[in-house]
Design a protein around this ligand. Structure first.
Ligand SMILES: Nc1nc2c(c(=O)[nH]1)N[C@H]1C(S)=C(S)[C@@H](COP(=O)(O)OP(=O)(O)OC[C@H]3O[C@@H](n4cnc5c(=O)[nH]c(N)nc54)[C@H](O)[C@@H]3O)O[C@H]1N2
Ligand SMILES: Nc1nc2c(c(=O)[nH]1)N[C@H]1C(S)=C(S)[C@@H](COP(=O)(O)OP(=O)(O)OC[C@H]3O[C@@H](n4cnc5c(=O)[nH]c(N)nc54)[C@H](O)[C@@H]3O)O[C@H]1N2
Ligand code: SF4
Ligand SMILES: [Mo]
Length: 813
């Protein structure tokens, strides 16, 4: 039976059952017991909307208005080109998202101090009135205004076209705007590294990627902190492509990571457990060894690379021994040869292992070198990423079959690109780095502004970029699709202290959420939003879902629960209160927007019209293999030059020198024109007996950030714990499952110990995203939230998120 006719007949059955039920009187029932009513059953398609890079479809079954079952994509014959986009266990647990007992049921207003979680129920009418009052006051106050309103990073509604953060931003663009942020917690340092090396300021969709399939043509795969089996887990996405590629290659696989990851998973040949934050030093020694092995072709590199040898330096740098080669050989001012002995002391990788890896790289005809983003979420993250690009450049093995430019997997196909409701233009042009937002609360900016030179504050309309400054503190924070203040931003104790202070500059915190998250507990007003199962939308493949595109109209499965509303309805109500209703809706309902938006993929790809497509489930398109990254550049570096000032791969970046020459840096810090390893705070080389362990932090399969944390099934399947090496466990006399207290200079958490050789000695591993359960500032957190421990000190160049740089001590709890 076709799905359509099945739907029709099941609806008819449901109707018949109701009629029978109505006719039955209690007398009849005694004589002739009524047939049990036949339940009204429907099925349809929904999707998993989170920020894991994919948006897997899920098929739901509704019985009598309750979602009773979720299945993953099981349509069609499963082949590489037309694979089933199977949801991971998180997507399969989405029923717990709908029926979670921590759902926000109605609008609420804070009555206790911020962070206390004390709220009373209010009506929607009152909530809108309070939002109006607070925002109008801020917008009309010349001391505040739009520059004092901020949306922290909000990644939780990725993929939605008519709900989520961008709808909130549309509203605020109409109301007068807000302070922009630039860079993400995900990739700010590697984006910056990519800009200065390859001339493109983004690591996603930059046209430099090799597809994961390219591994099939490689003879050596070297991964620096790359863990797609856990971070890109969709059965239609990169994890699938990775395991398929590994099963079809003879290449030797080397994983460089402080942890033995799921992506190693028995398929690797070698695991090199590096100390966190030291990849740039490892690369230096690898390149030293490559020089000794005569494996670097200086003449060839001249046509492609700036800064390897003296004669390829820009004029401003000539004659001062500033080339990378001189630095490696010990000819530059530090007089240090960057050999294996030097790197062993920094990285914890033995000299022999470094020499072995160098010799494998020298002998490989098609090395595929890849990196994840943990190594760039470090204090020196930009140079770790630039160093790995440098290794690829110096080897000269780029743009060839089986090789990679290092920027990551071909991560998005975009075949079914569909716009969301436009978020319109922000009238505010000023922007601060995303990770620095709490600095705009902590200091009195009228006296000590955040500036271009201290914080890389930028303003696209400024005449002189170096004069740009932010001299107004934050007044309002809008948290929609985000769990930043209470979970995902670093140093939660600091954020809570800043927000709970009665003199805090922040006078209004609005949280629009589905669940009572740790961030919701910091709100003044909380609004309840629906889950995706309570509304329609359109979903395409995500920002990192590999070479298979898909599109699907997601269907409302059940009516909105409690008093929850869609983002669109909430924002329409607020817009109307401000007299901007017509501009906000442009006269369309949400459903009319969906039909309007559907026209783009429909016309571009010949898909059926909206109403027909809605009944037909998932549309897929396989994009085939693509040329390896940098192929055109390799073939003709003049005609196909890169977007850098020189048109070449820049190991030495003159534009970085120029941009940062007047910057005011923390004492002892220096920005290097070449990607040098440098000692840094809470790093591997710090002699810190108070906090002897480094932390390898990671994104766990058990959550997507803080999303899914409250699903009990997942908490049982992937228990939060601290990974501890047996050698360290013995020394500390800690046993398996024993509770350990983990302390940093910023706070303390408690977690059970897992003794495992999957983490190297002197490093512990902690996943990120656990919800903090402590409510008081500086209270020990039994929720095990890593951001109780992390620091808000940003990285040196990008001013990006450094949550992977962390030293701690461990004791029995
Ligand atoms: N220590 C440490 N911290 C980190 C990281 C790390 O590696 N280590 N990683 C960082 C990175 S890379 C990122 S991207 C950030 C992510 O941090 P966030 O962007 O805060 O992402 P989530 O934690 O997933 O929170 C998303 C929230 O959106 C809510 N939500 C879902 N659907 C809707 C909806 O329809 N409407 C509304 N209003 N809300 C909805 C969810 O309930 C959830 O609370 O975390 C960063 N924080
Ligand atoms: N399951 C799941 N998937 C996700 C997410 C999630 O929260 N959960 N989040 C999504 C998002 S928004 C993002 S940004 C990405 C994040 O993707 P990544 O940033 O790549 O993920 P991480 O797990 O933080 O880091 C990858 C690996 O780097 C290692 N590592 C850490 N520091 C170093 C170092 O200095 N050197 C080396 N060599 N290795 C190091 C870690 O041990 C880890 O195994 O994942 C996406 N996918
Ligand atoms: S891989 Fe990502 S999108 Fe797919 S089901 Fe899992 S969490 Fe959801
Ligand atoms: Mo991210």
């Amino acid at each position: 039976m076709e799905r359509r006719s099945f739907l029709k007949s099941s609806a008819a059955l449901g109707c018949a059952a109701t009629i029978t039920g109505c006719k039955t009187s209690s007398d009849d029932a005694n004589v002739n017991p009524p047939e049990p009513p036949v339940p009204a059953v429907t099925t349809g398609w929904q999707a998993c909307f989170v920020n894991c890079g994919s948006n897997c479809p899920v098929k739901f079954t509704v019985v009598d208005g309750v979602v009773t079952q979720l299945e993953t994509d099981n349509v069609d014959i499963d082949s590489y080109e037309n694979r089933q986009i199977r949801a991971c266990p998180r997507g399969r647990s989405l029923r717990q998202r709908i029926y979670a007992d921590n759902r926000i049921k109605y609008p609420m207003k804070r009555v206790g101090p911020r962070g206390s979680g004390e709220y009373i129920q209010i009506s929607w009418q009152q909530a809108i009135a309070e939002i109006y009052e607070n925002l109008s006051e801020i917008y009309s106050d010349p001391e505040a205004g739009p520059e004092s309103i901020l949306f922290p990073v909000s990644s939780g509604t990725s993929g939605m076209k008519t709900s989520g953060t961008h709808i909130w931003k549309r509203l605020f663009h109409l109301l007068g705007g807000y302070l922009n942020i630039h860079g993400s917690y995900s990739t700010h340092q590697i984006d910056t590294a990519t800009l200065y090396t390859y001339g493109v300021g983004s690591v996603i969709l930059n046209g430099l990627e090799s597809s994961t399939q390219e591994i099939r043509n490689s003879d050596l795969v070297v991964c620096f902190g790359y863990n797609p089996q856990e971070t890109f887990m969709s059965g239609g996405g990169v994890a699938y492509e990775w395991s398929e590629a590994l099963s079809q290659t003879q290449a030797e696989v080397i994983m460089i990571d402080p942890r033995y990851t799921e992506s190693a998973g028995g398929k690797e040949n070698t695991w090199l457990p590096i100390l966190p934050g030291t990849d740039a030093a490892l690369v230096e020694a690898l390149i030293y060894e490559l020089i000794q092995l005569n494996a670097v072709d200086d003449a060839f590199l001249k046509g492609y690379v700036v800064g390897w040898t003296e004669d390829t330096l820009p004029d401003s740098a000539k004659g001062q021994q500033l080339s990378y080669k001189d630095y490696i050989l010990g000819n530059s001012s530090d007089n240090t040869v960057k050999d294996a002995q030097y790197a062993e002391a920094i990285t914890g990788i033995s000299q022999q292992q470094i020499k072995d890896l160098a010799s494998k790289l020298a002998n490989a005809s098609a090395p595929f070198i890849q990196m994840g983003w943990g190594l760039q979420r470090q204090a020196n993250g930009e140079n770790n990423a630039r160093a790995i690009y440098t290794l690829i450049a110096v080897l000269g093995k780029f743009g060839l079959p089986g090789t990679s430019s290092g920027v990551g997997a071909k991560n998005h196909t975009h075949a079914f690109v569909t716009p969301g409701i436009p978020s319109l233009k922000n009238p505010v042009t000023k922007s601060i780095p995303a990770f620095t937002w709490t600095d705009a609360i902590a200091n009195d900016l009228s006296k000590e502004p955040m500036t271009a030179l201290t914080h890389d504050v930028i303003d696209s309309s400024a005449a002189d970029p170096e004069q740009v400054k932010l001299d107004k503190n934050l007044r309002a924070i809008i948290v929609a699709g985000s769990n930043m203040p209470g979970s995902q931003h670093a140093d939660i104790n600091r954020t809570q202290q800043l927000l709970a202070d009665p003199n805090s500059s922040v006078k209004f915190v609005l949280v629009s959420e589905i669940y009572m998250t740790p961030s919701a507990k910091m709100a003044d007003i909380i609004l309840p939003e629906v889950t995706q199962f309570e509304t329609n939308d359109i979903v395409c493949d995500g920002w990192h879902s590999g070479d298979l595109a898909n599109i699907l109209i997601t269907q409302k499965a059940i009516e909105p629960m409690y008093e929850a509303k869609t983002t669109y309805d909430i924002c329409t109500m607020i817009a109307e209160r401000f007299g901007k209703g017509e501009q906000f809706t442009e006269g369309r309902t949400k459903e009319e927007w969906l039909k309007h938006l559907w026209a783009t993929p429909m016309n571009a790809l010949g898909l059926p019209d909206y109403d027909t497509a809605k009944t037909q489930g998932i549309f897929k398109h396989y994009n085939g293999s693509t040329p390896p990254g940098l192929q055109a550049f390799r073939q003709d570096p003049i005609a196909n030059k890169l977007n850098t000032p020189s048109g070449k791969i820049e190991i030495y970046s003159e534009s970085l020198v120029n941009k940062t020459k007047n910057w005011i840096l923390p004492e002892g810090e220096e920005i290097s024109a070449i990607p040098k390893f440098a000692n840094h705070w809470e790093g591997a080389t710090e002699d810190n007996t108070d906090y002897p362990f480094q932390v390898a932090s990671y994104h766990t399969k058990g959550r997507v950030h803080s999303s899914f944390h409250s699903h009990s099934m997942l908490r049982h399947a992937v228990q939060d714990c601290v990974w501890l090496n047996p050698i360290d466990a013995r020394e500390l006399q800690l046993s398996n499952k024993q509770l350990a207290k983990i302390a940093s200079p910023r706070g303390e958490i408690v977690l059970p110990v897992r003794i495992t050789s999957r983490v190297r000695p002197k490093v512990i591993a902690l996943s990120q995203g656990a919800w903090r359960t402590a409510t008081e500032v500086n209270e020990v957190d039994y929720g095990g939230s890593i951001n109780v421990l992390t620091s808000t000190r940003p990285s040196l160049i990008a001013k990006g998120c450094t949550s992977a740089t962390l030293r701690v001590k461990l004791t029995a709890a």
